[in-house]
Write a protein that binds this ligand. Structure first.
Ligand code: DLL
Length: 436
């Protein structure tokens, strides 16, 4: 179902007009209210009247995560605190957290785009949505929650964790939609089996998974374990939270980006230059309608490609982004070769004997980088003879080396020894800083 067909299926020309109007208003809005933007525009010799259409967006300066941190906590807010309805923040492992804020109208728009997202995944008001994204400062829980209210679906605000209770509720309530990270979906399936339940027998029809990178192969794995459709949802707190883009259940082929609110550009990584049409690069987003803390040309760090044109599967006209391939800052450089963890995940998940649980550990030995891929195998394989395990280990090593063109070591580890995640999974431990 298309929640707002008059917008989601808008003619391209009308969409561009709307984007232009909104950009003009936004530039004036931040120039009048946020000294940071005023200074940034001045530095480029720009005044708001220079921005007349959406095509002028390329003249505007970029914003980055460090701008949010440097202006901690409230200096990028464009409205007085009396207008702010909700504040969220990233956990921020180092330095200041990233703070974001919403006016009442921003929350209304969040609910709307999330209702579009849920509908795109096939949810309706008849569904019971078990929302296992964390509630709290993380935007996942409340974002999905507002979307369910708007859609009219019954939301179960169970949050992440307490997995046994989670599964009991899922069974007793007959939840039809689950929302959580893909890694938590796998963990829940494992726990269900441990509890003597068959994940395929739950009433679930669809899972809406996001907040961390996951490959197509991981999708197959989750779909097979749960017998559900696995839909990819993308978003980030700085822009709104979940609800920036989502796949349609009809195609599961690219994530529809709600570009009437979030204007996308793709930039060649490491530069300020636009990528060619269809080329993979860094996603840059502008919040066209945000009041509380609008962001202009925000560098998300997420690596995607973009497909323009009407979706042949559902008819939405907004551009689609590919699944996120990784982040500019989680790309590993191993002896000069660029490696995304998702490339390794993709290889591992094609190997039947390997479980979808892995950890990448990078060390520096002498002056050389060494990547160790730890991967779990199941009970049956693990109890095999040493010789068979060694053959498997070598096979995995060869697959990774020939796909990625790097030398790696592979360590097979016992079932259920790699730490499970209820939120965003940690897949990489880079010890190289320790040696510097
Ligand atoms: O993760 C918002 C969200 C919640 C999205 C629930 C989807 C579902 P942050 O904590 O600010 O916000 O993290 C944002 O997570 O820049 C990406 O690097 C990554 N990310 C989010 N969704 C996806 C996805 C939420 N579907 C950062 N695939 C983003 C890959 C994703 N990476």
């Amino acid at each position: 179902m298309i929640w707002q067909p008059e917008i989601e299926c808008m003619e391209q020309a009308a969409l561009r007009d709307l984007q232009s109007q909104r950009l003009v208003k936004l530039v004036q809005w931040v120039n009048d209210r946020v000294p940071f933007y005023q200074a940034a525009f001045q530095q480029k010799g720009l005044t708001p009247s220079d921005i007349k259409t959406i095509d002028d967006i390329q003249r505007l300066p970029f914003t980055k995560k460090t701008d949010l941190r440097d202006n901690y906590p409230f200096k990028l807010f464009a409205v007085p605190m009396s207008e702010i309805a909700e504040i969220h923040a990233s956990s921020g492992t180092t330095g200041n957290p990233t703070v974001v804020a919403y006016t009442k109208n921003d929350i209304k728009i969040w609910g709307e785009v999330m209702a579009r997202a849920l509908a795109s995944a096939g949810a309706t008001k008849d569904d019971i949505v078990q929302n296992a994204y964390g509630y709290g400062l993380f935007t996942g829980g409340l974002g999905v929650h507002y979307g369910c209210l708007e859609l009219g679906a019954a939301v179960v605000p169970v949050s992440s964790g307490a997995t046994k209770r989670q599964l009991k509720l899922m069974e007793d309530f007959g939840s039809t939609v689950i929302t959580c990270t893909p890694s938590y979906a796998l963990f829940m399936a494992e726990e269900a089996v441990e509890m003597g339940l068959d994940p395929k027998k739950f009433k679930l029809k669809v899972g809406i998974y996001g907040a961390e990178p996951w490959t197509h192969n991981m999708r197959k794995e989750i779909e097979a374990r749960w017998d559900v459709k696995a839909i990819d949802i993308y978003g980030l707190s700085e822009i709104i939270g979940p609800g920036v883009a989502i796949e349609c259940v009809e195609g599961q082929d690219g994530l529809h980006l709600f570009s009437d609110h979030f204007y996308p550009e793709i930039i060649k990584p490491g530069t300020d230059l636009p990528a060619q049409a269809g080329e993979t690069g860094e996603l840059v987003l502008t919040t066209l309608t945000k009041e509380g803390i609008p962001l202009i040309r925000y560098r998300t760090g997420d690596i995607v490609s973009m497909i323009e044109g009407t979706c042949p599967n559902c008819g939405r006209t907004s551009p689609r982004i590919s699944k996120v391939r990784g982040r500019t800052d989680d790309m590993l450089i191993i002896r000069g070769v660029n490696v995304f963890p998702s490339q390794i995940e993709s290889v591992l998940l094609q190997i039947e004997e390997a479980e979808p649980h892995y950890l990448l550990v990078v060390n520096r030995v002498g002056s050389l980088d060494q990547l160790e891929v730890q991967v779990e195998v199941n009970e049956k394989i693990f109890s095999d003879e040493v010789k068979q395990l060694e053959t498997l280990r070598k096979r995995i090593q060869k697959e990774i080396e020939s796909t990625l063109n790097i030398v790696v070591s592979v360590k097979l580890v016992e079932p259920r020894t790699i730490e499970r995640s209820m939120g965003k999974a940690v897949r990489v431990i880079d010890n190289r800083e320790l040696y510097q």
